[in-house]
Design a protein around this ligand. Sequence first.
Ligand SMILES: Cc1cc2nc3c(=O)[nH]c(=O)nc-3n(C[C@H](O)[C@H](O)[C@H](O)COP(=O)(O)O)c2cc1C
Length: 229
Amino acid sequence: MKILVLNGSPKKDKSDTMHMTRAFVDGMNSACENEVTVIDVIDRHIEFCTGCFQCKHNGGVCILDDDMTAIIDRFVTSDVVIFNFLLYAYGMPAPLKNLVDRLMPLSSWKMSRDEDGRYGHSTYRDLSALRYVMICGCGYPNAKHNFEGAVKQFLLKFPVNSTVITVPESPMFNIPQAANFVQPRLKALKEAGDEYADSFTIDEALYQEICSPMIPEEIYAAFANGERE
Ligand SMILES: Cc1cc2nc3c(=O)[nH]c(=O)nc-3n(C[C@H](O)[C@H](O)[C@H](O)COP(=O)(O)O)c2cc1C
């Protein structure tokens, strides 16, 4: 399969959350042979969408000449696109959100309503086989009142073929002393990647384990506040 990883962390390969995505992709690679491309979004020249809508009338050509042309080419020819990001103000970091905005040329002006009453623009290309994975971390100790906005936005933008993985306490992935708690989580993510590559699903118990805090939230908060050695 062709896998495109869009790394939304400005910390690039030093990112806390990329530890999770690397484990998931390792798992996918153990299930089958893949061609993996990782794009550190912060390094790419991506202008802001000007909202001119010309792309919606001209067959999907953006007026801006920057790295988005190549990124869209890679996006539409992928089998799986993995969005790796951390919460910034309860949503995607701005550079990644900007990239998502610039996917505008994929769809035409024409809009239609589905059985659920939801409107959407029709796409210029058949993207029905494309699969989307969101792997998201955050600095707070739990998921409640934290990931909801980002998850909702992702699922509204990519409503079909989407899988969402959220893991709290993600700065732990970059703390060597936390290895005893982090390694089992990375192992679980690898297992999930293996299953996903096989069936595009993840076993529910494994999924719940992955999305839970790695250590009790009170202990994490106490460490973060410097109250424990
Ligand atoms: C500008 C900014 C905004 C953040 N907003 C949130 C937030 O809304 N919720 C949260 O739990 N963590 C938040 N964090 C913490 C990061 O999500 C956390 O440090 C994450 O592990 C960093 O991941 P990375 O190393 O992959 O970039 C924020 C961090 C920054 C720098």
